[in-house]
Design a protein around this ligand. Structure first.
Ligand SMILES: *[C@@H]1O[C@H](CO)[C@@H](O)[C@H](O)[C@H]1NC(C)=O
Ligand SMILES: *[C@@H]1O[C@H](CO)[C@@H](O)[C@H](O)[C@H]1NC(C)=O
Ligand SMILES: *[C@@H]1O[C@H](CO)[C@@H](O)[C@H](O)[C@H]1NC(C)=O
Ligand SMILES: *[C@@H]1O[C@H](CO)[C@@H](O)[C@H](O)[C@H]1NC(C)=O
Ligand SMILES: *[C@@H]1O[C@H](CO)[C@@H](O)[C@H](O)[C@H]1NC(C)=O
Ligand SMILES: *[C@@H]1O[C@H](CO)[C@@H](O)[C@H](O)[C@H]1NC(C)=O
Ligand SMILES: *[C@@H]1O[C@H](CO)[C@@H](O)[C@H](O)[C@H]1NC(C)=O
Ligand SMILES: *[C@@H]1O[C@H](CO)[C@@H](O)[C@H](O)[C@H]1NC(C)=O
Ligand SMILES: *[C@@H]1O[C@H](CO)[C@@H](O)[C@H](O)[C@H]1NC(C)=O
Ligand SMILES: *[C@@H]1O[C@H](CO)[C@@H](O)[C@H](O)[C@H]1NC(C)=O
Ligand SMILES: *[C@@H]1O[C@H](CO)[C@@H](O)[C@H](O)[C@H]1NC(C)=O
Ligand SMILES: *[C@@H]1O[C@H](CO)[C@@H](O)[C@H](O)[C@H]1NC(C)=O
Length: 612
């Protein structure tokens, strides 16, 4: 008899706990990027969390009749029915309009939001952060979400994941535009703004039917440093171009503090080391109105941020230990904290269960293109040139050096071949750093020449056509034919004969020019003229303006349009198209004359009608 009394409540306890675990698990922020890992900074054990939340439940002090909800467990033998296991005092969808989507698949998308408990209206009672908040979502093809609901559900978020929520909406129709919204499960008067997203076409959708038969536009960004300027490039892409998918090629946030006070861009906190620091920084970046607009306008696909596999320029795990970290945090811990916060705040998928840092992945966008995202910075890169390390120049040509790591390299080559074999027209490769050899100091593929040679050889030897490499990182614009570096016996820069693809490298959203911070257009063009003269493969160089570029893709042509922002010291949408490039399918080079023979900024190798 006694035994029965004791056991029954326990059974009930675990039964009600399980429902809560399911709703915690539905929020992918708990598991990504480290599902299955138990170390600190890793996946959050949702069983433990659910127990903790229930343990914090307070004994009821109010009338329980209003609580019909399954999120309020009833304990057998005791009336805990008004013990809140979820917060019901109101939510603030912070970063309003900041709903963002990521990694779109053909029948599913990731939906993201952040909702923080607020003091109940008219009270000063501090919100109870010991229990989770419950969010409902729905997704529909109707802009007002009143019908055609394609998927809906509930999930929990909590303090443990910085109140972020990342859910996968499934059973969607390929190549379709959707609207979605979140609300508070306990009170539907707390709602998020309505966001927009889209699914990708199925991999077998004919190239000329992708995007309903219209060209598909991608906007490509890199290097957005808060303290260096306003993110006008993001806003311009959202408001002034037809961009439907947003790619970010690295340095989405910066760890340094900087001094942006003179333009109203002082970063909060300190040099980033802990997960709190990273969350605070991401939170602050997300207040920029240009970034808000871009995240609301469509799905984002991102790669990771700067550093090699065990260090950054000012912190590394060396034989001497962790003492060089300014914060005292070992670099490896710091990286895990960064990845944790990044996966909370950006709707990126964990690619494989057993590899917590892997972010390289491929998207089959109908038969029009494969979008292959590489990690040329974090994953398994050998020691790089980090200001204090000049030995790199002697190491650069060693054949055993790898920028990608050999596992990723093998995967990349297979992906290129599979893409061509399945009949995809274009192979667009998003990665962080400039691929083409440049006679200009830089931390790029120039430090991994054997690795670059292996990539070029693979393209040439396997007749892989229509490969377009996208790069960020360099804080300047560079457009090149892909060919063996500076080899005039196999490549003709005037006609492009002999090339095997094209590289579009884009400048920074805000970070200072590698030609010199705030360098004026005329002074930058002097340097650009030298660069295009010194580098055989380089066809256009521009180093003054901050900005981004778009790719507009159909089965016959892939066009790149570069955009220059006129002034990033305040929020504005004042920009212009500085250069436009055409790549015709099957030609594996820039169409001649390059950029139509003229640009509004920078220097072309052959201007006028040369090379026609
Ligand atoms: C909601 O969050 C925003 C952004 O952090 C903040 O400005 C606002 O004051 C918050 N509102 C409430 C009611 O807490
Ligand atoms: C979808 O959710 C929104 C926000 O919570 C709500 O206004 C709308 O009525 C819901 N639609 C349906 C069909 O449930
Ligand atoms: C829902 O929230 C609104 C706004 O705070 C409040 O006026 C209303 O009473 C709440 N409804 C319930 C059922 O708690
Ligand atoms: C949809 O996408 C998934 C994941 O990329 C892929 O495995 C599947 O083959 C695709 N299905 C179709 C019909 O394209
Ligand atoms: C960009 O769009 C905004 C809003 O539609 C408009 O006010 C602005 O003039 C546009 N900028 C340019 C350079 O066309
Ligand atoms: C780590 O940082 C220290 C101090 O900056 C430097 O002397 C050392 O060479 C670095 N180690 C590696 C492996 O980069
Ligand atoms: C890489 O190759 C260089 C030059 O051949 C050699 O000196 C070095 O020991 C090699 N390193 C490794 C890790 O194999
Ligand atoms: C880089 O260019 C300069 C000037 O054109 C030249 O003197 C130098 O030899 C070049 N260096 C390399 C490595 O090509
Ligand atoms: C790639 O292009 C070359 C030159 O146009 C052509 O000979 C080859 O057949 C193409 N390869 C494939 C797989 O289409
Ligand atoms: C690319 O530009 C060329 C020349 O302006 C144009 O004919 C072609 O339609 C454009 N292609 C796309 C996909 O926009
Ligand atoms: C940018 O705008 C600021 C504020 O109006 C002005 O002081 C500055 O001169 C402008 N910079 C450029 C390059 O036009
Ligand atoms: C065109 O090319 C010539 C020779 O390289 C150069 O002197 C001139 O500045 C270039 N003009 C433009 C607008 O790039």
């Amino acid at each position: 008899m006694y035994l029965l009394v004791l056991i029954l409540p326990l059974i009930n306890y675990f039964a009600s706990c399980k429902a809560n675990v399911n709703l915690l698990d539905r929020n992918l922020a708990y598991s990504s990027p480290f599902a299955g890992h138990s170390q600190a900074c890793s996946a959050i054990d949702t069983n433990e969390l659910a127990k903790k939340h229930t343990a914090h439940s307070r004994r009821q002090t109010e009338d329980a009749t209003g609580f019909l909800d399954e999120h309020y467990p009833t304990f057998y033998g005791g009336d805990f029915s008004n013990s809140p296991t979820i917060w019901s005092g109101g939510l603030n969808f912070t970063h309003s309009g900041m709903l963002l989507l990521g990694d779109p698949f053909n029948t599913s998308v990731l939906l993201w939001t952040r909702a923080v408990p607020v003091s109940p209206p008219g009270t000063t009672e501090l919100p109870d952060q010991s229990v989770p908040a419950c969010l409902s979502f729905n997704i529909s093809t109707s802009p007002d979400l009143q019908g055609n609901i394609a998927d809906s559900g509930e999930a929990f978020t909590s303090y443990d994941v910085d109140w972020t929520l990342k859910v996968e909406a499934t059973n969607l129709t390929p190549d379709t535009k959707y609207f979605f919204q979140f609300s508070d499960c306990t009170n539907s008067s707390y709602v998020s703004p309505i966001g927009t997203t889209r699914t990708l076409p199925s991999s077998d959708t004919p190239a000329n039917e992708v995007n309903g038969g219209s060209p598909l536009t991608l906007a490509v960004f890199s290097c957005s440093q808060y303290q260096a300027g306003w993110f006008n490039a993001y806003g311009y892409a959202a408001h002034n171009t037809s961009a439907e998918i947003f790619l970010h090629l690295g340095d989405y946030i910066y760890e340094s503090l900087g001094n942006g006070a003179s333009i109203g861009r002082q970063t909060a906190g300190r040099e980033l080391a802990t997960v709190h620091d990273y969350r605070q920084r991401l939170n602050q970046y997300r207040t920029d109105e240009g970034l808000l607009a871009a995240h609301q306008s469509g799905p984002w696909i991102t790669v990771a941020d700067q550093s090699w596999k065990a260090g950054t320029a000012d912190s590394n795990d060396s034989a001497i230990g962790c003492e060089f970290s300014p914060s005292g945090a070992c670099f490896t811990d710091r990286k895990l904290a960064a990845v944790r916060a990044y996966h909370e705040w950006l709707p990126i998928r964990q690619v494989t269960v057993d590899d917590k840092l892997r972010i390289w992945r491929n998207f089959e966008i109908g038969k029009l293109l494969d979008l292959t995202m590489l990690d040329t910075r974090q994953y398994d890169r050998d020691i790089t040139d980090l200001y204090y390390n000049t030995v790199i120049n002697t190491l650069a040509a060693f054949p055993n050096r790898s920028l990608m790591g050999f596992e990723q390299e093998k995967w990349f080559f297979n992906t290129l071949s599979e893409s061509q074999n399945r009949g995809a027209i274009w192979r667009v490769v998003g990665q962080q750093i400039v691929f083409t050899q440049l006679n200009e100091s830089g931390d790029a593929w120039d430090g991994y020449r054997a690795n670059r040679e292996r990539v070029l050889n693979y393209l040439y030897e396997n007749n892989i056509n229509n490969t377009i490499v996208l790069s960020g990182d360099s804080h300047a614009n560079w457009v090149s034919d892909l060919a063996h570096p500076n080899d005039s016996t196999t490549y003709n820069p005037l006609t492009g004969q002999g090339a095997i693809g094209v590289e579009f490298a884009g400048t920074a959203v805000t970070s200072g020019s590698s030609f010199g911070t705030n360098i004026a257009p005329a002074a930058a063009d002097v340097k650009s003229l030298e660069y295009v003269a010194a580098n055989l493969d380089l066809q256009w160089s521009e180093g003054s303006y901050r900005g981004f570029f778009t790719l507009t893709i159909d089965p016959d042509t892939l066009n790149a349009t570069y955009y220059a922002m006129r002034n990033i010291t305040f929020a504005n949408l004042n920009g212009f198209s500085s250069a436009q490039f055409v790549v015709n399918s099957g030609e594996n080079r820039l169409s001649r004359p390059v950029a139509g023979g003229s640009t509004l900024a920078g220097a072309l190798k052959f201007n006028g009608t040369q090379g026609h």
